[in-house]
Design a binder for this molecule. Structure first.
Ligand code: ZN
Length: 140
């Protein structure tokens, strides 16, 4: 396991914009605040969602789309640099009107409402392609 020590610098709370993409607005916020490394969590609701499941045999993401209102019962993620841009690696647990849950890596979702807590670190995290998993992992 590779690691480094980090110091927390700024913290933020945010109310997410109705109708905007959940992950894209986190990335736009990180860009606006010039955040190079952070962890975040959040909650709220979305109008639709697309999750990606990483197939460990084929080393490819498989999309799973939902076209219905869902609660974001938990969202956790981090901000780092990928291909020169800020990337919000985002995982969610979503629940439907019956209380059933689905979960996974969030690609996109239309925000109904959302609340976010972000803790920034005084370092820069950069993702590089990993030869074993074919994923873009942190270079530490
Ligand atoms: Zn993921």
């Amino acid at each position: 396991m590779d690691y480094r020590t980090v110091e927390s610098s700024r913290e933020f709370v945010a109310r997410m914009d109705h109708g905007a993409d959940w992950r894209a607005q986190i990335e736009a916020f990180a860009e606006e605040q010039e955040i190079d490394a952070a962890f975040f969590h959040g909650l709220g609701a979305v109008q639709d969602a697309e999750l990606l499941f990483y197939d460990q045999d084929d080393l490819e993401y498989r999309p799973i789309a939902f076209e219905e209102p869902l609660e974001v019962t938990a969202c956790i993620g981090n901000v780092s640099h990928l291909d020169g841009e800020r990337f919000a690696h985002t995982h969610v647990t979503l629940s439907d009107r019956e209380g059933r849950t689905v979960a996974g890596h969030l690609d996109r979702a239309t925000t109904f409402a959302g609340e976010l807590y972000v803790r920034e670190f005084d370092t820069e995290l950069v993702r590089q392609r990993d030869g074993t998993t074919d994923l873009d992992l942190w270079e530490l």
